[in-house]
Design a protein around this ligand. Structure first.
Ligand code: MOS
Length: 755
């Protein structure tokens, strides 16, 4: 690699970015004034409830809706018989194949929406929905067991998850050189997203104009897709999504309930509210698919990897291909010369799986980082040493240099803060009475993505001389802190205090922003907000130097500085004026800019990933098998941290989910019927406060001048990666039992306790 141009020279630490600022929307949230999609007061709103199929495969032969229609307050029962044919034009992000909009009589999975009841009240709609009778024909025994159907696995076409195959060097030759090998199979179950806020849509028509208040991770995707599916001119659709109560991937694509609300509202000529019940979030709105991962590692005595093989199988629905790209992380993690990875799919009669926090990397790091621990055990080597031995100094797959990588520093910080040196390598050696103590670690990683984004800035000065900036973009805040960090980015770019900035998102009328998925909001929308802020600031400078009324008239732009709402000569700060004075001389007292920002070709010369290291302690009751995680220590190199408080909170949340993934979460499917058996929060276990101990998060102060103009890598997803492996490795260290099948439940530990 020779020299390349930097995206820009990073400037000195700006005054607002980086500070642990409180959430600007915090007061609204804690006082209940933040309005979520289902909460918009809508006069004359009717309530819709979906009816779902009770068989996995077949045809609807007959539907008896008489009893449902007789329920007082019922306005309409919609089925495939009376639902208008929709244009179903593909636009935006989704494939229409995964939508169930009652366009035909086919049933593709158990739990598929097949009817919609609209009534005056929610209770009436629920009651009526329970009375819809359906007769099915052509029902056959479904294929729902991925492992049993393993022989039907196929290579998917390259898509969002990348290429299905990767190869470098010669794995057989590499394995032949190996002194030690690991050959193991790792499995992870279906896991469901369980955001606190379920999917919710209110749809309202005014003539041919449609407004949808929708809980979404992608306002503009929702906008384009809804228009195409329902058949409305895009300019006549408006999506509003000011607050989202968690998304984690399941709100990244538009699912059936959104167009269903829209067509129901059109049919009954009233606004319609459709909120999914928790049980309706199992099946029609995606999940993380089950995975089976085969990992083979070969290494020399000194730990040098000679070969890596990672073959991943996950399932998808009958109607579309979704790949859980588990081996993507393996492709870039270690500097082995010989490597083969594959992604394969098995078709099952289940609802479509989808993106879930760190899709690919979350289950993928469980497999590869468990296997690395097994290798360390076989070699009698410290697991951190083994990873350092195979440290990738550049991206081993593409050969590109890293835009930045602080993984060494992450290991070092983790080792130190955790007290790794006190660990005994001998399983069962650390005890506290009847409690076995285990220490485990794993590497965390997630790629940095960026997509085009736009933002607008309007600067005004009121009569009292107060300058305000209104910054808008059609992004989303899933609860992660977008409102807050964008306020900080805008304030610094404009040379204003955060209190002077009002940042707005969640309306498709604002300039477009990409999906809040792939951990890319800060990188994409943040770059646009930064650009719009800087452009507005530059516009003020050029207005001043062109204006005979300005003390800066005739100055050269590069000689002018801005800070604290004032423009002045860099070498004579007494010569200048306030933004307010300048703005008051502009038409309407206002200056406006719109900026479009897109990835720079130079950034493609680098491989950009956030990295981290996770260390965990487990305490296991020797007689009961109860597993507790008193502490997790994690360190991350994720570029510039825009807000130390919201970023830490985001990473802690990821670690919490990692603990859930390791010990609790598992969606159970009745293989005979394809029915989700634990479709509620009583039976699908997620961690609660009592399950979580200390989560110590440290950020490496990482400066990345190449990744994007604001130097951020994103922290949305990396927090979950590596956690399940670190816990499985700690469980081994405590008990000598290697659990390769998530979740690590008591039976699996007790069944194999050896110490
Ligand atoms: Mo994230 S699973 O890309 O919303």
């Amino acid at each position: 690699m020779t020299t390349t141009t930097k995206v820009r020279d990073l400037e000195d630490a700006a005054p607002s970015v980086g500070l642990p600022m409180d959430r600007v929307d915090g007061p609204l949230k804690v006082t209940g004034r933040a309005r979520y999609s289902a909460e918009f007061p809508t006069p004359n709103v009717a309530y819709a409830v979906i009816v779902t199929s009770t068989v996995p495969v077949g045809r609807i032969i007959a539907m008896d809706t008489a009893a449902a229609e007789a329920v007082p307050g019922v306005i309409r029962v919609m089925t495939h018989r009376n639902t208008p044919k929709l244009p179903m034009k593909e636009a935006g992000m989704i494939t229409t194949k995964s939508l169930s909009l009652m366009q035909d009589d086919m049933v593709h999975y158990n739990g598929q929406p097949i009817a919609l009841v609209v009534a005056e009240t929610l209770e009436q709609a629920q009651d009526a929905a329970s009375l819809v009778k359906v007769r099915y024909g052509g029902t056959t025994s479904p294929t729902t067991d991925m492992r049993a159907a393993r022989t039907t696995a196929y290579a998917p076409r390259p898509g969002v998850g990348g290429q299905p195959d990767s190869k470098r060097g010669d794995v057989s030759a590499g394995l032949a050189q190996a002194d030690v090998k690991v050959d193991a199979q790792y499995t992870t179950p279906i896991e469901n997203h369980n955001p606190m806020e379920p999917h919710a849509t209110i749809a309202a028509w005014e003539g041919d104009r449609l407004t949808a208040w929708d809980a979404t991770q992608y306002v503009m995707g929702d906008h384009d897709t809804l228009a195409g599916i329902v058949g409305v001119a895009p300019e006549n659709v408006r999506i509003i999504s000011y607050f989202v109560g968690g998304g984690f991937g399941c709100k990244g694509m538009m699912w059936s309930h959104v167009p269903l609300a829209a067509i129901a509202a059109r049919a009954v000529r009233r606004p319609v509210k459709l909120v999914l019940a928790r049980r309706h979030m199992y099946g029609p709105v995606g999940c993380r698919p089950e995975t089976e991962q085969h990992v083979v590692l070969g290494a020399k005595r000194d730990g040098t990897l000679t070969a890596v093989q990672h073959d991943s199988v996950s399932y998808t629905s009958r109607f579309e291909d979704y790949t859980e790209p588990c081996a993507n992380v393996t492709r870039m993690l270690y500097a082995t010369p010989n490597q083969v990875t594959t992604h394969r799919l098995v078709k099952l009669d289940l609802g479509a799986p989808t993106f879930q926090r760190a899709p690919g990397e979350a289950p993928g790091t469980f497999a590869i980082e468990s296997a690395m621990d097994e290798l360390a055990v076989s070699l009698g080597m410290d697991p951190v040493e083994l990873r350092l031995k195979n440290y990738a100094e550049r991206d081993p797959e593409s050969g590109k240099p890293w835009s930045s990588k602080s993984l060494r520093e992450c290991y070092r910080i983790g080792v130190e803060r955790f007290g790794w040196a006190r660990r005994s390598r001998e399983p069962g050696a650390m005890r506290d009475g009847n409690v076995l103590i285990g220490h485990g670690m794993a590497t965390a990683a997630y790629p940095t993505y960026r997509m085009p984004a736009s933002a607008s800035v309007r600067l005004t000065a009121d009569a009292s001389g107060t300058v305000r900036a209104l910054v808008q973009t059609a992004s989303q805040d899933l609860g992660t802190g977008t409102y807050t960090v964008m306020t900080q980015v805008a304030a610094d770019a404009l040379g204003l205090a955060p209190e002077q900035v009002r940042f707005e998102l969640g309306d498709s009328r604002y300039p477009p922003s990409p999906v809040s998925g792939g951990s890319m909001t800060a990188a994409s929308t943040g770059s646009a907000v930064n650009l719009a802020g800087k452009t507005a600031r530059d516009k003020l400078v050029s207005l001043a130097i062109a204006d005979v009324a300005s003390p800066l008239h005739g100055a050269l732009a590069p000689a002018v500085s801005t800070a604290d709402g004032r423009l002045f000569l860099t070498n004579d700060s007494s010569k200048g004026e306030t933004y307010a004075a300048l703005l008051r001389r502009q038409p309407g007292g206002t200056v406006e800019v719109l900026s479009n920002s897109a990835p720079n070709a130079d950034s493609q010369k680098y491989s950009s990933h956030a990295f981290g290291a996770v260390f965990t302690e487990v305490r296991i009751d020797r007689e009961l098998g109860e597993i507790r995680i008193p502490r997790v220590v994690a360190a991350y190199g994720a570029g510039k941290i825009l807000n130390a408080k919201t970023a830490r909170s985001q990473l802690q949340g990821g670690v919490v989910w990692g603990i859930g993934m390791a010990l609790e979460e598992e969606t159970l499917v009745d293989r005979r019927t394809g029915r989700y058996m634990n479709a509620d929060l009583a039976e699908y276990h997620v961690p609660v406060n009592a399950d979580i101990g200390t989560i110590d998060v440290t950020f490496v102060d990482e400066v990345d001048p190449y990744v994007n103009p604001i130097g951020v890598k994103g922290v949305g997803e990396i927090g979950i990666t590596g956690v399940a492996a670190a816990i499985a490795n700690a469980v081994y260290n405590a008990t000598g039992v290697r659990v390769r099948d998530l979740p690590i439940t008591l039976d699996k530990v007790m069944g194999g306790v050896r110490v």
